[in-house]
Design a binder for this molecule. Structure first.
Ligand code: SAH
Length: 454
C-alpha cells in the first residue's frame, strides 16, 4: 500500500527537511512489527516534490498474530494491499517528528501552510463514499475520489469498497499527516490493534482543534474508537464539553452490552441450569457474572480467538484463582463450526453476539453442532436486530454495526431462522428483545431462548 505526499511551490525539495528524510538518500527502509516501510521520492524538482511511503506487509505474519495483530486476520486478507490502520502506524513511526511539527532550521516552513496533496491508494470505505468529502472538505481539502466497479465483466457485483482518494489543500505538513493518521482508521473498520485507553490519548493529542471543531466530529470519534461507548465518553468528557449529542445516554444509563449480559444471565438463571457453556465467550464478561452466582456449578467458555481467551482468563484472574474457582471454570479454544466433544454435557449454552460473525454458509454446520450434536437443554442466543439500525444515525443505509459482521438479521429473518431450527431439532422457542425499544424498529438486540422438547 502506498501513500504519496506532493509539495508544489518553490524550493520544494525542502519537503525532505520537514519529513526528516533526505530526497537524495533513497530508498530508506524501516522495520515495523508487521513488515517494512520504505520511503522514496518519485519526483524531485524545484517546483514539485513527491515523497512516497510504501508499506510492505506479510499477510501470513498477520494471520499468525505477529506484530500485535493478535491473529485477528484470516490467512487470505486484504491488509497488504489497502490503506489501513497499518499505514497509520507506519506514518507515526517513519514521519513521527514531522507529525510533531518540529523542524529545527526549517521551523518557519513547517509552521506555514503549504500547497500539499496526498494520494491514498485503496482506502477501504465500505461504499460509504459520501462521507469522504464530508470528512475531508471541512479540513480545507479539495477531495477527489476514484471509485471502480469490482469486475467489469460482472457489473451486477457493484462497486469496489476500496477507493483511491486524493486530497489537495493549503495546509501545514504536520496537519496533513495528523489528518491522515487519524482518519484512515475511521474508514478502515478492521483495525489490527486493540483499541484501548491510549487511543483516547492519541485522539486528544493528534486531533486537537481540527477535530474539536469538525462538523463530523462524532462520526470520527465513534469510528476511531471503534464505537466503544466507554472510550467515546471518555474522549468527550476529557474535551470538557460533556455529552451534548442527544443520542448519547447519560453515563449512568447501563450500556446495551450491560443490559444484554443481564438479560442472558437472567434467562440462564430462570432455566434452572447448573452447568453452562458460553460459546464465543470473547473476553469473558458473561463468564465473570456466571462465576459470581452460586447456581452455576460448572462454567465453560470457548472462543476461536486465543487473545480473547487470554483476556477472559485475566478478567477471571484464573492464574491466581483458588482451587474451588479453577475447578468450576474451563476455558478452551475452539470453533462453533466444528463438532467438538468438549461442548457437550452442559445444561445450557449461551451464544451472545456470535452468529453474525459466522459466514452465512457455515450456519448450517453451526446448527448441527449446537442443536444437533451438543444439544443442551437450553440455548440462549442473541444477535443484532437489523431493523433497528435505522435508529443509528451514523450508520449509512445497509451498513452493518461492526466491520466483522457477515450479516445482521431483521426481526423477520431471525424469527424464520429460529423457527426453522426449532422445528428441525426439536426445541421450543421464545423470542424477546434487549435494550430500549423503538416503536417502529423494535429492540436493538434480539434474543432467542430455545428449550429442548421433552
Ligand atoms: N459473547 C461475547 C463476545 C461477542 S464478539 C460478548 O457478547 O461479549 C464475537 C466473538 O465470537 C468473538 O470473541 C469471536 O472471536 C468469536 N467467534 C467468531 N467466530 C467464531 C467461531 N467460529 N467459533 C467460536 N467463536 C467465534
Amino acid at each position: 500500500m502506498l501513500l504519496t505526499i506532493t509539495y508544489t511551490g518553490e524550493s520544494t525539495p525542502d519537503l525532505g527537511y520537514l519529513l526528516y528524510k533526505n530526497p537524495n538518500r533513497c530508498p530508506q527502509s524501516f522495520d515495523l512489527a508487521f513488515g517494512r516501510a520504505h520511503v522514496f521520492y518519485p519526483e524531485v524538482t524545484d517546483g514539485r516534490t513527491t515523497a512516497a511511503l510504501l508499506l510492505d506487509i506479510d499477510p501470513l505474519d498477520l494471520a499468525k498474530g505477529k506484530g500485535g495483530s493478535e491473529g485477528l486476520f484470516d490467512f487470505v486478507n486484504d491488509r497488504p494491499y489497502v490503506s489501513s490502520s497499518f499505514m497509520s502506524v507506519a506514518i507515526a513511526k517513519v514521519f513521527g517528528t514531522a507529525m510533531t511539527g518540529r523542524a529545527d532550521a526549517h521551523q518557519g516552513l513547517s509552521d506555514s501552510p503549504l500547497d500539499l496533496s496526498a494520494e491514498i491508494a485503496m482506502l477501504p470505505c465500505n461504499t460509504n463514499f459520501a462521507m469522504l468529502p464530508r470528512i475531508f472538505e471541512p479540513l480545507g481539502y479539495a477531495v477527489s475520489v476514484d471509485t471502480s466497479v469490482l469486475d467489469e465483466s460482472f457489473p451486477e457485483w457493484g462497486e469496489s469498497r476500496y477507493v483511491n482518494l486524493s486530497l489537495r489543500g493549503s495546509v501545514r505538513l504536520r496537519d496533513l499527516l495528523r489528518h491522515i493518521y487519524v482518519l484512515l482508521p475511521v474508514f478502515d473498520r478492521h483495525k489490527h490493534y486493540w483499541v484501548g485507553d491510549d487511543e483516547v490519548e492519541k485522539l486528544l493529542r493528534l486531533g486537537g482543534e481540527w477535530l474539536e471543531n469538525h462538523p463530523e466530529r462524532k462520526y470520527i470519534v465513534d469510528r476511531y474508537l471503534y464505537r466503544q461507548r466507554g472510550l467515546v465518553n471518555e474522549y468527550f468528557t476529557r474535551l470538557n464539553d460533556g455529552l451534548e449529542e442527544p443520542e448519547e445516554k447519560p453515563a449512568r444509563e447501563p450500556s446495551l452490552n450491560a443490559k444484554r449480559l443481564d438479560a442472558v444471565l437472567n434467562a440462564l438463571k430462570a432455566s434452572g441450569a447448573r452447568t453452562v457453556i458460553d460459546l464465543g465467550c470473547g473476553e469473558g464478561r458473561l463468564l465473570s457474572l456466571l462465576l459470581k452466582d452460586g447456581q452455576f456449578t460448572k462454567i465453560a467458555g470457548t472462543d476461536v480467538s486465543q487473545s480473547s481467551l487470554k483476556r477472559a482468563s485475566d478478567r477471571l484472574r484464573l492464574e491466581t484463582a483458588s482451587e474451588s474457582i479453577s475447578e468450576r471454570v474451563t476455558l478452551f479454544q475452539g470453533s462453533l463450526t466444528y463438532k467438538d466433544r468438549r461442548v457437550t454435557g452442559y445444561d445450557a449454552a449461551s451464544v451472545m453476539e456470535v452468529i453474525e460473525h459466522l459466514d452465512a454458509a457455515r450456519l448450517g454446520v453451526f446448527e448441527r453442532v449446537l442443536f444437533g450434536y451438543a444439544r443442551p437443554r437450553v440455548i440462549v442466543l442473541t444477535t443484532p436486530n437489523r431493523d433497528y439500525n435505522a435508529v443509528y444515525e451514523r450508520l449509512a443505509a445497509d451498513e452493518l454495526r461492526h466491520g466483522d459482521h457477515r450479516f445482521e438479521w431483521t426481526r423477520a429473518e431471525f424469527l424464520s431462522w429460529a423457527e426453522a431450527v426449532t422445528a428441525k431439532y426439536g426445541y421450543k422457542l421464545e423470542i424477546s428483545g434487549v435494550g430500549e425499544a423503538n416503536g417502529e424498529y423494535g429492540f436493538p438486540t434480539q434474543m432467542g431462548v430455545f428449550e429442548l422438547c421433552e
